[in-house]
Design a protein around this ligand. Sequence first.
Ligand SMILES: [Cu+2]
Length: 144
Amino acid sequence: MRYVLPALTLLIVAGCGGGNESANFTELHTDPACDITAGPCVATGDDGLRIELQLPPAPVALKPIEVKVRTAGARVEAPVLDLSMIGMDMGDNRYRLLAQGDDAWRATVVLPICIQDRADWNADVTFSARGGRYRARFPFSTGG
Ligand SMILES: [Cu+2]
């Protein structure tokens, strides 16, 4: 037990920290002032790559949320939406985005309930384009 505990603590800290899984993708630029619960937000790349994410106005846990994504500037493949809570491991909340024509995608997602009244989330859209992987990160909050 003496040796197991420190190892466990390390694991939990690594899981909570987030953001350290800097895999092999290029990060798109988002406007930190854009509130995704007030309207669509846009992420852009240096080379005309553009992702627009749209959530419903007041997303709440345990209710289906319609998420819409629009892409431009490149042929986008296999986009995935990954919802993670900042500072708390809420399990795997990954959704494949389904194509709605050439440059439109959507997914119906359900956020897990959180023990906190207010929860801060990252909505990450990762996808393949031009032979590489890209990620667009959109922060948003639920609750009070
Ligand atoms: Cu939580």
